[in-house]
Design a protein around this ligand. Structure first.
Ligand SMILES: Cc1ncc(COP(=O)(O)O)c(C=O)c1O
Length: 389
């Protein structure tokens, strides 16, 4: 059987080069893991030999290393990103019945976490350039009702306008918990995401910029009290064995996931740089197609391009044309949060958040991952041009 491609030294790193004309998927985790196979296996055997599978040395080491990497004082390893949001909200004092502002475009977990702590999501429209939380709409929401916390989402790797959101939240006495699940290593005005608000929630879902080999997440914060509370909440509210002072849960990071994340973390900066370089190539190649509009990158930010998202008018035709050429695409997300049945009790219905509603009918994620080649980006762009969008 012919191999799908070969390993090549490119741009100061090893890349898996696909044969020309091969299908282009949205992500290529096998290629990443093939390269790291030896180290991942060594990490597995290290944990197997230690017989310490939950928390312990590996988790503490990952928490230290991720804290140093993202510039936070404390990192608490958790079971997943949804728990990072929910436990973060609880640690920040959000109570049942409180109102929490969330942008209308995100993965459902952002609003779900609010509901899980008994609070109610207040859906806020997004700005049209990058689809992050719109500051003017947030201001209107805060003037109209008491809002106890805001959860800005750094959507697709693009930092939200934290320079305006944090002062606005302070003015109205609201806490800020950043949803950084898609933005490991992104920054605004030189300041990393996760370090603008009182705390930041990360997911290490396998396809994220830093992905575990299963579910995993973390909360980052500079506040010792918040860190201590989340540490307790993740382990059944215990301060010491069988001394339960909070009603907590079980959301401890597995030692195996921590060990695998430690293998990947040293590569994250290079992977993010590669994503950025490929995104710039997409922008250059797509600029002559007026019907295709990539989402913008704020000039004072570093977007880590978890996704490369365009807006297009005739989306169904473009999707099928690309599919016929073996190019996979995805819609993140086809429905804004306030129009999902799960959140109907807190929604003002269709037409209430027009920017988000229109965007959800136009957005399309193109393949982008560190193992992708420049030639593959060109192949996608040629296929888009051939589709005559
Ligand atoms: C923006 C956002 N928030 C929260 C989450 C939830 O993370 P997890 O899947 O690790 O629970 C995700 C994961 O997909 C996400 O993309």
């Amino acid at each position: 059987m012919r191999s799908a491609g070969r390993w090549c030294a490119l741009n100061r790193g090893w890349h898996f080069v696909m044969r020309a004309g091969m299908p282009i998927p949205l992500a290529r985790l096998q290629a990443q893991h093939e390269r790291l196979r030896g180290e991942l296996e060594a990490a597995f055997y290290r944990v197997l030999d230690s017989s310490q599978f939950i928390l312990g040395r590996e988790v503490e080491a990952f928490e230290r290393e991720f804290a140093a990497w993202c510039g936070a004082r404390y990192v608490i390893g958790l079971g997943n990103g949804t728990d990072a949001l929910a436990l973060g909200l609880r640690a920040l004092g959000v109570k049942p019945g409180d109102a929490v502002a969330v942008p209308a475009i995100s993965f459902a977990a952002t609003a779900e976490a609010v509901c899980l702590v008994g609070a109610r999501p207040v859906f806020v429209d997004v700005e049209p350039a990058a689809l992050t939380l719109d500051v003017a709409s947030l201001h209107t929401a805060m003037k109209t009702q008491a809002i106890q916390a805001v959860v800005p989402v750094h959507l697709y790797g693009q930092p939200a306008r934290m320079d305006a959101i944090v002062p606005l939240a302070q003015e109205f006495g609201a806490q800020v918990l950043e949803d950084a699940a898609q933005a490991h290593g992104a920054s605004l005005q030189g300041r990393p995401v996760g370090c603008w608000g009182a705390a930041g929630a990360f997911s290490f879902y396998p396809t994220k910029n830093l992905g575990a080999l299963g579910d995993a997440g973390a909360l980052v914060t500079d506040c010792a009290d918040v860190a201590e509370r989340v540490r307790r909440l993740r382990d059944h509210g215990q301060v010491r064995k069988y001394e339960h002072i909070d009603l907590g849960t079980n959301s401890r990071l597995d030692a195996l996931q921590a060990a695998w994340l430690r293998v990947k973390l040293p590569h994250l900066t290079t992977w993010n740089q590669r994503r950025r370089a490929l995104a710039q190539r997409y922008r250059a190649r797509l600029q002559d197609l007026p019907a295709i509009k990539p989402l913008e990158e704020f000039p004072d930010s570093v977007n880590v391009y978890h996704q490369f998202v365009i807006r297009c008018r005739n989306r169904p035709d473009l999707i099928s044309s690309l599919r016929s050429r073996g190019i996979e695409t995805a819609i993140h997300y086809p429905t804004p949060l306030h129009l999902l049945p799960a959140f109907a009790p807190w929604s003002r219905g269709s037409g209430s958040l027009p920017v988000a509603e229109r965007a959800c009918s136009e957005i399309l994620a193109l393949p982008l991952y560190p193992e992708m080649t420049e030639e593959e980006v060109d192949q996608v762009c040629s296929a888009i041009a051939a589709a005559k969008p």
